[in-house]
Design a protein around this ligand. Sequence first.
Ligand code: NOJ
Length: 530
Amino acid sequence: MLTSDWWRSAAIYQVYVRSFADGDGDGTGDLAGVRSRLPYLAELGIDALWFNPWYPSPMADGGYDVADYRAVDPAFGTLAEAEKLIAEARVLGIRTIIDIVPNHVSDRHPWFRAALAAGPGSPERELFHFRPGRGAGGELPPNDWPSQFAGVTWTRVADGQWYLHLFTPEQPDLNWAHPAVRQEHEDVLRFWFERGAAGVRIDSAALLAKDPALPDVVEGGDAPHPYIDRDELHDIYRSWRGVADAYDGVLIGEIWLPDTERFARYLRPDELHTAFNFDFLACPWDAARLRASIDGTLAAHAPVGAPATWVLANHDVTRTVTRYGRADTGFDFATKAHGTPTDLALGARRARAAALLTLALPGSVYLYQGEELGLPEVEDIPADRLQDPMYFRSGGTDPGRDGCRVPLPWSGSEPPYGFGGAGTWLPQPAGWGGLTAQAQAADPDSMLGLYRTALRVRRTEAGLGDGPLRWLDAGDGVLAFAREGGFGCVLNISPHPVALPRHRRILLASGPLDEGLLPQDTAVWLRLDE
Ligand code: NOJ
């Protein structure tokens, strides 16, 4: 693998800084905490870290409301500390991916403060989408765009104009038709590449460009959507690619698009390097559906020559162990099945098998902090402790995303489980003593043990990561494939134990075999006998 091609095969660990480790004991995770846990991350065997936004932010949306893209929030540390962290991780062979939020800024960002102060018609307002309202007195929002979180997408300011925010009112959308907006973000990219970032995760990457007329959404028909996946975006990302290439940097898009052909356009050789595979993330625990998602993913990526990514979880979705323990094992923002009956033992068993499947597929893989510990979704956070605007803006009908953002348990038998100071920003549940990193570290059969071994094997197997996949004959409910070098992966989701293909040895199994047969919800890595 060429050094500069690391991203084609990498195992990338997502750090939600606020909840990873707390170095100064105030109950909120920080960069000092991450630095203190770098040995843990190195031992886990990952190639890169992706940090959720660490910039100064009023935290109206967990840091996705950025007030200054060139600094670090004091709650997390300092810019100098971020630079140290990037350098220290690199010494351990771990690259750093930062999170850039180009669609919107915080309402505390100096540009937005200036726009509010400058008033209608000013050049400052042109950096955003300010419009008069509809209705006789301008008392209605300028259009009908639905919010990505519940509620309206427009807020009226004192002088009567409205501004657009696809997310919360604290996240005004930037006007990407304005050259200063493009210039600024390219400068921000350079700023972080200069400081050692190896890659950039692009938030809401398909939402930046807007139809300048801001028309209502017309469902169906062939007209381009007024704000999703507009063709103008490709020019923006081609320009970003030019910046990234100068630093050998990597661009990763957060792109939720059902149309895989449109999705793949972002991955043309002169645009983004990779994008998150949300089709796979949302896929139910069903062999035929998983196979279709894998085949569809590989087929969509092949024409543009980009490697696929495999993601089971992140800071926005229900934790894997919980999701796979429910009757509905898929993920959909609209129907989160929060609080429905959940068999966590079953979910954990499937999550283990899913880990081996995912780590054996062609391309790069993302692991969300706590997944390696098998943490479940926390579904009983008291309402007065919840923080997520998704919960508040939906009037509580959407449980929000706090349940997957609870601070990690490191050691001990009660909160704060070695996270740092007591009084963690989100409460940790009782009963996580057995899930701490310390409790699992000594046990090779724990979830942590499985991930450590799997990541080690993945590094040493030349056929894993980017490269071809060949499906093997297997019965209904079974996925079996070979990778180069005689590597095989078999996953049985059917209710019956199945025989393994001819093999020389078993490299790793997600659970015990049953007299040489592979039981339900179990996956195995093999050295095939071919
Ligand atoms: C996607 C991020 O992953 C999510 O956490 C955030 O709320 C939205 N984009 C808005 O920035």
